[in-house]
Design a protein around this ligand. Structure first.
Ligand SMILES: *Cc1c(COP(=O)(O)O)cnc(C)c1O
Length: 380
């Protein structure tokens, strides 16, 4: 199957064996009857396995070209399961402009258990090797990054990981498998906040992991069941439904993203535009190699770099909603310095580019003329 068929049929039985329902039923049950102890149909207890979650996990595996999919109660719960593969004394090398919640989980939860994290600039992959030693067990990569839209070379990271016999995990939340398939580029683990584009409608919080290796999958299924951060059947159904339109949604996100990046680039009040599809983007060449298109996430700064200006712009927007999160059908705008990145000291966040006037857009799939009009009036 090609990708646009996999989103709809990948890993799915086309018809439910019980009553012929075309869509997967929501098995809203915690347990399953047994004819004799152990005499069940593959399902015993819903933390371990639930048919609606299994349908979703098969879909996740299919769209990422992986063998095994695992769904969790949130993106962070999925990351939590990956780090639980490690032991005290192990080390992880990660990007320095990581999603804030991933950074908090690594730094404020797992460092307490004796795991060491190095947060470094990964746009130049050759620098990564300086931080690898005999304790290093995992490279944690996020690309494109949030909110600066930096691109990290997944293939280069994979060859470094392979030469040192360590795992490479890629947070593929921003790109989605429509734009980038990290397992095909050599990653061992793909992670998603399915809350974002996979769900696609801002109505569910969920996380996902996809892997190829059977042994690694076994370990992660064990942690999924043993730690128990699973998602419910209703949420599994919603994300499964979201995935069925992933390809047409992302196609439109990309078209609208391109038009808006071009509009912003030529606007007299704009200083800088961060979108990997612009030839001026510092990692544009790698983006072109490893991504099929460039998505609908855009950050920009206003001239003069005043926080008051940026706040006025996001307050004036009428179609774009001022809110955290991303990846839904509706357009959202955020002000990282006072919202998602507010807990990072000013000097620290400015080092990675998160200046006072930075605004981040999650460009939705509304009519692009209306979105551009909205930005025009807000900037005016
Ligand atoms: C939102 C997000 C997460 C965390 O996912 P939750 O579903 O909010 O727990 C991780 N990585 C990235 C890139 C995200 O955008």
């Amino acid at each position: 199957m090609k990708f646009n068929t996999k989103t709809i049929h990948g890993g799915q039985h086309n018809v439910d064996p019980a009553y012929g329902s075309v869509m997967p039923p929501i098995y809203q049950t915690s347990t399953y009857s047994q004819s004799t102890p152990g005499g069940h149909k593959g399902f015993e207890y819903s933390r371990t396995r639930n048919p609606t979650r299994t349908a979703l996990q098969n879909s996740l595996a299919s769209i990422e070209n992986g063998k095994h999919g695992l769904a969790f109660g949130s993106g962070l719960a999925a990351i939590d399961a990956v780090i639980k593969l490690l032991q005290p004394g192990d080390e992880v090398v990660s990007t320095n402009d990581l999603y804030g919640g991933s950074y908090r989980l690594f730094k404020n939860v797992f460092e307490k258990f004796g795991i060491k994290f190095h947060f470094i600039g990964m746009q130049d992959a050759s620098k990564i090797e300086n931080y690898i030693n005999e304790n290093t067990k995992l490279l944690w990569v996020e690309t494109p990054t949030n909110p600066m839209m930096n691109i990290i070379d997944i293939k280069a990271c994979s060859s470094i990981a392979k030469s040192h016999n360590i795992l490479l995990a890629v947070d593929n939340t921003f790109a989605t498998p429509y734009l980038q398939q990290p397992l095909d580029l050599g990653a061992d683990i793909v992670m998603h906040s399915a809350t974002k584009y996979l769900g696609g409608h801002s109505d569910v919080v969920m996380g996902a992991l996809i892997v190829n290796d059977n042994e690694l999958a076994e370990k992660l299924y064990f942690i999924q069941n043993a730690s128990g951060a699973v998602c419910g059947p209703q949420d599994s159904f919603l994300v499964l439904r979201g995935i069925k339109t992933l390809h047409i949604r992302i196609q439109r996100h990309c078209e609208n993203g391109k038009a808006i990046a071009n509009f912003l680039t030529s606007h007299p009040k704009i200083e800088k535009v961060y979108w990997p599809g612009l030839p001026t983007h510092p990692n544009h060449d790698i983006a072109k190699q490893q991504m099929n298109d460039f998505g609908g996430m855009i950050s920009f700064t206003t001239k003069g770099n005043l926080m008051a200006d940026a706040i006025k712009v996001v307050e004036n927007l009428k179609i774009f909603t001022l809110a955290e999160s991303l990846g839904g059908v509706e357009s959202l705008a955020g002000h990282p310095a006072s919202m998602t990145q507010a807990s990072i000291p000013k000097e620290e966040r400015e080092k990675t580019g998160v200046v006072d006037s930075l605004i981040r857009l999650s460009v939705g799939i509304e009519d692009v003329d209306d979105l551009i009009e909205d930005l025009k009036q807000a900037l005016g």
